[in-house]
Design a protein around this ligand. Sequence first.
Ligand code: SF4
Length: 460
Amino acid sequence: MLLRHTSVDVAERNALTVNPAKTCQPIGAMYAALGIHGCLPHSHGSQGCCSYHRSTLTRHYKEPVMAATSSFTEGASVFGGQANLLKSIETIFSVYKPEVIAVHSTCLSETIGDDLNQIVQKARDDGKVPEGKKVIFASTPSYVGSHVTGYANMVQGIIRGLVERHAEPTGKLNIIPGWCEPADMAEIKRIALAMGADVTMFPDTSNVMNAPMTGKHEFYPRGGTTIEELSRAGDAAYTIGLGPFTAGPGTEMMDKNFSTPHSIQDLPYGLAATDRYIMALKRVTGGDVPEELNTERGRLLDMMTDMHQYLHGKRVALFGDPDLLIPLTEFLRDLDMRPVQVVTGTPGKAFARRMKELFEGRNAQINVKNGQGADLFLLHQWMKNEPVDLLIGNSYGKYMARDEDTSFLRMGFPILDRVGHSYFPYVGYTGALRLLEKILGLFMDRQDRDSPEERFELAM
Ligand code: SF4
C-alpha cells in the first residue's frame, strides 16, 4: 500500500491540499511559448522555479526544453528583479539569438511587485531589443490558478505582443488550440486543412516538442508559429478557440482587439466534440466534409458499436485539466460508460456547470469537484468508498490505481513513465479510435488476468 494513509472517511478541508490535481502557472506559460518558432521562454524569478518547470516539461515530452531565468538572489528578492531582467534580455539576444523572448513571472517576482510591462518597455527604450526581435510577457503568479491559467495567460501575451492588424484582410482562419499534445495540435491542423481552411494556428508545439532526431542539434526546432504568421493573424476572418479554459480568453481577446468574429469549442476529444469542431469549420469554410473525415468517423462508430458489451456500465474516475475532462467525460458517456468521479485542481465555476450539463435529464450519479480541496487524496477517498473499473489521469494516478487494483489509463499532463503521448493524437476521430483501443485493451487484459481457467477465452 503506497498510499496507506488515505482514509475512507471524507472530511471537509479548507486549508490543506494533499497531492494536488494541478501544477504551477509558469509551466503552462512555458509550454505555450514553445509553440512560437524561435522563442526562448524566460522565467522571471529564482533558478529553482525555472529548473522545476523545464524538468517537468522535459520529462513529459522527452525533449530538451530550453529556457532562461532571471536567476534571483537575495538582492533581487528584496529590491526587485528589474536589473536582472534587463541584463538577461541583453545577454539572451546576443548569445542565444532567439526571434522572441517570452517572459513569465513567478510567485517571487509577483510578490515583490515587479511590473513586467514596465520592465520590458524599459528594455525596448534602452535599445536592448534588436530590430525585428520581440519580447512578450505574461503575469503567471502560481498562488492563483494552475498551469492551465498560465497557458491561457501566455496565449494572451502572444496576442498582445505579436498579433497586429493591417489594412488588407487575409481571409484566413485562426485556430487557437488549448493545451494538448504536439501530435494533437498537428491533428487539429490536419482536420482544418482537410476541411479546406487556410489556417494560422497558434501556439503550435508540433515539431517543437516532438521534433525528429536529425543528427544535428537545433536550438530552435523547425516547428512553431512564425512571428510573420502571427503579425497577420489580426487580419484573419475568424478565430476558433479549442478549449474554453486554455484557449477561451485568448480567443475573446482576438475579437476585442481586432474585431475578429470567434467561437469557442471544446478540444475535439471524442465523437461529439470532434463533430462540433468539424461543424464549426464547415460554417467558416462553407465546404463539405470530405470523404476522408467521414470514413474516419465511420470507423470510430463501428468500433463503438462492435465493442459496446465491454464498455457498458463501466465505472470511471478521472482527474486532470478541465479542457480535457469535459469532452473526455462526454465521450465516456456516449460510450455508455459511467463517469462517476471527476476532479481537477483548476478553479472556475464553468467547470461544474459544464459537467452538470453533460448529464442533464439523465439518471446519473456523479461526484465532481474542482479548485480548492479538489486533489488526488479526495479522489482516492471517493474511489475507496465507491470502487471504479477504470482510472484516467496523469502519471500521479499510478499510486491510487496500484493500491485499489484498478485499471489505469495515462492521459493528461504530466506523463512521466510512458512514451507515445506526444507522437500519437487523441483528438479527432482517429484519436478517439486510439483512445477507445487503449480503454478496451485495459478491460480485455483485465478479463484475461482475472478469468478462471474454464472461462479463459482465445477469441473475445
Ligand atoms: S509554485 Fe511558485 S515558487 Fe513554486 S515553482 Fe511554481 S512559480 Fe516557483
